[in-house]
Design a protein around this ligand. Structure first.
Ligand code: ZN
Length: 300
């Protein structure tokens, strides 16, 4: 597989999600072999943090809401970068193997909750092929990681990576909150079972996956607000779904299965923490960030 970087620097700005600040990132071209690296541009002398699973601090449980790198003993918590998954997803889907992401603050901007803004900015800056090749990691025996039943659903979360003979990969995400909503909830809603799949086509990613926004249930949003989180975001700026009906509050869905598409977007971003492409068929069911990190650790 080819290596690629950006043809020029891309700059993206907006509010963050977990930290009440505005933030901006600059994505710069990098040399072949550098990989994707992040650095806190607001901290003098802050080291570069490779975007690989070894940079993810341990201790995140199944309810981990975003992907953080740095903050381990060797890096210093104040130099961590939060919510890297959407920009990582866009970079991976557009085939960028090498880039330096400068973050002016503790967190990558959330934009509209999707990766569309990152895709747009990277494409405007241009994607440039560079010398050298990147070897995919070929999965041999099947690897499965599993969580205890996720809150409310009574069903475990699971990700399976299986051997694939031909080059390339397929990533599928199965979203299913139906058990959490009781046996009476038979009608199709954005939270009933839906499966979405991607096999590496950048254009398909840009049109079908990148625009899907992050979401949370109304009960979760209320809990977060009690904890003082997201004080700066309204339901218009953040996709909040009614627990019982799956209907968006003060908002409209971009796709009937937008939540599943967003979970696939996250999966792509977190699998990129492998630092190289994967040759495997991956099926994720009800999983979140922490479980994908665990899979990547097992594969690394
Ligand atoms: Zn996300």
């Amino acid at each position: 597989m080819f290596r690629s970087t950006l043809a020029s620097a891309a700059r993206i700005e907006g509010p963050a999600l977990f930290t009440p600040v505005r933030s901006s990132v600059e994505i710069h071209p990098a040399e072949a072999g550098a990989g994707v690296r992040f650095r806190r541009a607001d901290i003098a002398g802050a080291p570069e943090i490779p975007a690989v699973v070894a940079s993810v601090p341990g201790g995140g449980g199944p309810r981990t809401r975003n992907t953080v790198i740095g903050g381990g003993a060797s890096v210093g918590a104040q130099q961590a970068v939060q919510t890297i998954e959407h920009v990582m997803s866009a970079l991976a889907a557009l085939g960028i193997t090498d880039a330096l992401v400068l973050v002016h603050g503790p967190e990558v901007p959330i934009l509209d909750g999707s990766a569309a803004g990152f895709v747009r900015a990277i494409r405007e800056a241009g994607v440039r092929r560079i010398e050298g090749a990147v070897e995919p990691l070929v999965v041999g025996a099947t690897v499965t990681v599993e969580d205890a039943p996720t809150t409310g659903t009574g069903m475990p979360a699971r990700i399976t990576a299986t051997r694939r003979e031909r080059p390339g990969f397929s990533f599928a995400y199965e979203l299913d909150y139906s058990a959490a909503r009781g046996a009476g909830a038979m009608e199709a809603t954005p939270l009933s079972r839906s499966v979405v799949r991607w096999e590496g086509d950048p254009e398909e990613y840009a049109t079908r996956i990148a625009p899907a926004r992050t979401f949370c249930l109304k009960s979760e949003a209320e809990m977060f607000r009690k904890l003082g989180m997201f004080p700066h975001l309204t339901q218009k700026e953040m996709l909040v779904l009614d627990d019982a009906t799956g209907a968006p509050l003060e908002n409209e869905l971009r796709f009937p299965d937008e939540p599943a598409r967003h979970k696939l977007l996250d999966l792509i971003g977190d699998l990129a923490l492998l630092g190289r492409p994967l040759q495997a068929d991956v099926v994720a069911t009800r999983s979140g960030h922490a479980l994908t990190h665990e899979l990547v650790r097992r594969l690394s």
